[in-house]
Design a protein around this ligand. Structure first.
Ligand SMILES: Cc1cc2nc3c(=O)[nH]c(=O)nc-3n(C[C@H](O)[C@H](O)[C@H](O)COP(=O)(O)OP(=O)(O)OC[C@H]3O[C@@H](n4cnc5c(N)ncnc54)[C@H](O)[C@@H]3O)c2cc1C
Length: 432
């Protein structure tokens, strides 16, 4: 194993004093004891799909990819116990033959269950909460190797803190998930005029189980995606069709165009208009997780904010306007989720609109993202914990009504700050 770690985007890396891949909770406990003896801090890596510095450490880095088993399945209740390092895709593949599925997923499903839930990862669907809502119970290992089982009954505050924990409480070793019966989705993608969508936005959001769209600064068209459950047999696309639509057109062709714009920024408006027109009609009828997620084969970085749903239209217009002033070929992505009650959930306590902005690898993201953040700040935006932002504990505290309760739980579970790093100290403050 190499002695360095790098995230998926390739723009966050570290050289920890030690990197380990424990295969059992007992091995995790032994590694925590070694870290304690050496006075090292500890971070856990999931699949490395966060854009922030959240995983980085010069202490001990634990990779939980070997803690990846399904431990038990109750088909009648849909309750599944799994080790924390299992990926969403591996869990979906293992559970589909048993008739179970995640109620919702984001754009990709290669994240680990613990990593995805730690940052409040979400899909889209105004009546559906983020992925952490599927958690029913969490096994958390503390710095001394002891394990606590957190759920609504055992420790209500610990439970609400652990569901979106940013890796700041300890090592999540296992989770119980509430799955739903497997379902087939019809996914329909069409380009539509942005202004038509914004004129009647609630109808689109509430009239579909899952509605989202991408919009480019320089195009009047949005690329919409509507996913709804259907009582139809799956109509799997051939591998060649998959390759053509997901890999060639969505990934390689767009990647090539992005490279062109990086070299010749003046081409950005033309590329964006062309890409929006090219996003032609596409229909898929497949098992849910194959419709929700698709491959992302080119690299970029991203910022995403959760704002109150009622500001959707104004904020989308403002971000689209801001994006016109910066060199980026990438689109703006808009999604909606239902409120939940995890202390640090960006969607906590409010119907939420998520707006994400992206920058292609190797292009300057900071001025653009800072300008967007200024807009999100005015809407009391809360950043996605796994995506770039420039906030600190000082600026975030006011935006989370239960901020102090999370801090109390953190002080209780990790009083010495064993699970902190620079990012955690910046965004949550030091323990104590
Ligand atoms: C191409 C791409 C598409 C994406 N699409 C979406 C999307 O549709 N919706 C969305 O909301 N987000 C999306 N994201 C963001 C991504 O879902 C989150 O950043 C997620 O946290 C990554 O999960 P991971 O397993 O890679 O965890 P990592 O990024 O490795 O870790 C995330 C956090 O979890 C902690 N952690 C991981 N495992 C444990 C554990 N066992 N115990 C304690 N702490 C742990 C880490 O320390 C870190 O703080 C996307 C990211 C990329 C790169």
């Amino acid at each position: 194993m190499t002695n360095s770690w790098v995230n998926w985007a390739g723009d966050q890396s570290c050289t920890p004093a030690s990197i380990a891949e424990p295969g059992t909770p007992e091995e995790v406990a032994a590694l925590l004891a070694q870290a304690e003896a050496a006075g090292r801090t500890v971070r856990v890596a999931g699949s490395g799909h966060s854009f922030t510095e959240t995983v980085l450490t010069d202490g001990t880095l634990l990779r939980l990819n070997k803690l990846n088993k399904i431990l038990s399945v109750d088909r009648a209740s849909g309750l599944v116990r799994a080790e924390a390092g299992i990926t969403l895709n591996a869990a979906s593949n293992a559970l589909h033959p048993l008739g179970l599925a995640f109620p919702n997923l984001g754009d990709i499903d290669v994240q680990s269950v613990a990593g995805a839930t730690a940052t409040g990862t979400h899909g889209t669907g105004a009546k559906l909460q983020n992925l952490s809502a599927a958690l029913q119970s969490i096994e958390l290992m503390l710095a001394d190797g002891s394990r606590v089982e957190l759920n609504e009954q055992t420790d209500p505050d610990g439970w609400r803190a652990a569901r979106v924990n940013v890796g700041a409480l300890g090592v999540v070793t296992a989770v119980t998930l509430q799955m739903v019966p497997s379902f087939v989705l019809e996914g329909v993608e069409t380009p539509e005029p942005v202004e038509d969508l914004l004129a009647d936005l609630d109808t689109h959001i509430d009239g579909n189980e899952h509605f989202e769209f991408y919009v480019f600064a320089h195009s009047p068209l949005a690329m919409t995606k509507r996913n709804n459950t259907v009582e139809l047999p799956e109509q799997p696309r051939g591998k060649a069709v998959d390759w053509f639509s997901d890999v060639l057109t969505t990934n390689y062709a767009f990647d090539a165009l992005c490279r062109l714009t990086r070299r010749y920024p003046a081409t950005i408006p033309y590329v964006q208009r062309g890409a929006a027109y090219a996003g032609s009609y596409r229909r898929q009828v497949e098992r849910s997780y194959r419709v929700f997620a698709s491959p992302r084969l080119f690299r970029f970085t991203e910022m995403e904010y959760a704002i109150p749903r009622e500001h959707s239209v104004d904020a989308i217009r403002e971000i689209k306007e801001v994006a016109k002033h910066y060199d980026t070929p990438m689109p703006i992505e808009v999604r909606w989720v239902a409120p939940d009650d995890a202390f640090l959930s960006p969607a906590g306590g409010r119907d939420t609109c998520y707006i994400a902005v992206h920058q292609y690898q190797g292009m300057d993201y900071e001025p653009y993202f800072r300008a967007c953040e200024a807009v999100f700040d005015r809407y009391n935006g809360r950043p996605h914990w796994g995506k770039r932002h420039f906030q600190t504990a000082e600026t975030l505290r006011e935006r989370y009504p239960h901020w102090d309760k999370f801090a109390q739980v953190r002080n209780r579970f990790d009083p010495k700050g064993r699970f902190s790093n620079e990012y955690i100290n910046r965004v949550l403050g030091p323990v104590g």
